[in-house]
Design a protein around this ligand. Structure first.
Ligand code: GLU
Length: 311
C-alpha cells in the first residue's frame, strides 16, 4: 500500500509503523569496531527523524539520542568548501563512484593522487584540507554551520572518539601522505588529520542531522534564509550523494531507497527529498558494506510507504 504523504502530520504514523516493523526484524548487523570507541553501541538502538522545510521535525525511537556522525560530516564540509571555491574543487577531487572500499589506497596511485569522490576518505581529506587552508579552522567552521542549521548550540565534538580514531588512524594517515606526495594536500598531514578526526567525531542526534541537512532540500538555502549553495550546486551535492554516498553499495541504496543519502560508520544515514523534507536514521549495526542495516531498511520502507523519492 502506498500512502502518498500529502500532509505533513502524516509522517508521524509512518515513522511509528516503520519502528514497529523493525522491532520484529531479526539481525541488525554489527557496530564498527575499527574505531574502538564506536564498538560499544547497542545494535538494537534505533531512531529516525523527518524534518520539513520549515523546521518542523517528527521522530521515533532514539531520535534525540546523540551518536557518532563520522562520514555523514563529509556532506557538510563538501557543501562549505564548494560554496567558497566553486568548480575548481573538482580539479582536486572527482565525482564518480569508486567501486572500492571507502578507505582504499589502490585507486589513488592509478589516478595520480586525485580521489574518485568527496565521500571516500581520501576525497574527504582533500575537501577538509582545502577548507582548512581557506578558513584556518575547518573543524570550527563545520561545527558552527551544524549548530546554526540544527538550531542546537550544544552540538560538540566527542574528544574520546577523535582520540580513539587518531590512535588507530594509520590508514587515513597513509592516504593523506600519499596524496601529499602528489601535491594534492596543502597542510601538514598531522594538522589535517587532527581537523578530519575532530570533524568525524561530531556527536549529534537524528533530529539535529535531519534539520542540518535541510539546506539540501531547500535547494541551497540555509535555516536563516541566506543562500549557502546555488541551486545548481545543491543539485550537484545531492547527485554525488546519490551516486557515491553509501560506500560501495550506492547502486543498491538507490534501488531500494531512491533518495540522495550519506551514511557513516557510526550507523547514521541522512537522506534528502529535494523540495520536500530531509531524513536521518540511526542504527549502530552495520552490514558488510558499512551501512546501517536498520537505517537502510527504514529508509526503504519510508519511500515505499510514502511514495516520496526522486524517481
Ligand atoms: N572517521 C572515519 C574514518 O575515517 C569515517 C568513516 C566512515 O564513517 O565512513 O575511517
Amino acid at each position: 500500500m502506498i500512502m502518498t504523504t500529502t500532509s505533513s502530520h502524516a509522517f508521524q504514523p509512518v515513522l511509528e509503523r516503520i519502528a514497529e516493523e523493525l522491532e520484529h526484524t531479526p539481525g541488525r548487523g554489527r557496530p564498527a569496531d575499527y574505531i574502538p570507541a564506536l564498538a560499544a553501541r547497542d545494535p538494537r538502538s534505533f531512531g529516525m527523524a523527518v524534518a520539513e522545510l520549515d523546521g518542523t521535525v517528527y521522530g521515533v525511537g532514539d531520535w534525540r539520542e546523540p551518536f557518532s556522525t563520522q562520514s555523514i560530516t563529509k556532506v557538510f564540509t563538501l557543501a562549505l568548501e564548494l560554496s567558497r571555491e566553486g568548480d575548481t574543487l573538482w580539479e582536486h577531487v572527482g565525482r564518480e563512484p569508486s567501486g572500492n572500499p571507502f578507505n582504499s589506497l589502490v585507486q589513488l596511485e592509478y589516478e595520480n593522487g586525485i580521489p574518485r569522490n568527496p565521500f571516500i576518505n581520501a576525497g574527504a581529506l582533500v575537501v577538509t584540507d582545502r577548507l582548512h587552508t581557506r578558513t584556518d579552522d575547518a573543524a570550527g567552521e563545520f561545527l558552527a554551520f551544524l549548530r546554526a542549521e540544527s538550531g542546537n548550540p550544544r552540538l560538540a565534538f566527542d574528544e574520546e572518539v577523535a582520540a580513539s580514531e587518531s590512535a588507530h588512524g594509520d590508514r587515513n594517515a597513509a592516504l593523506a601522505h600519499f596524496m601529499a606526495s602528489y601535491g594534492n594536500i596543502g597542510n601538514p598531514v598531522p594538522v589535517l588529520l587532527d581537523q578530519y578526526f575532530r570533524q568525524c567525531s561530531l556527536s549529534a542526534s537524528c533530529a539535529d542531522l535531519a534539520l542540518a541537512t535541510s539546506f539540501l532540500a531547500r535547494h541551497g538555502i540555509r535555516a536563516d534564509g541566506t543562500r549557502l549553495l546555488t541551486r545548481s550546486q545543491a543539485k550537484q551535492v545531492n547527485a554525488v550523494m546519490l551516486t557515491c554516498g553509501t560506500y560501495d553499495a550506492a547502486g543498491d541504496f538507490a534501488y531500494r531507497v531512491g533518495l540522495p543519502g550519506k551514511s557513516g560508520v557510526g550507523g547514521g544515514i541522512i537522506a534528502v527529498v529535494p523540495g520536500r523534507c530531509t531524513l536521518c536514521v540511526w542504527g549502530p549495526g552495520l552490514d558488510e558494506r558499512g551501512n546501517s542495516v536498520a537505517g537502510v531498511a527504514a529508509l526503504d520502507r519510508f519511500t515505499t510507504l510514502t511514495g516520496l523519492s526522486v524517481f
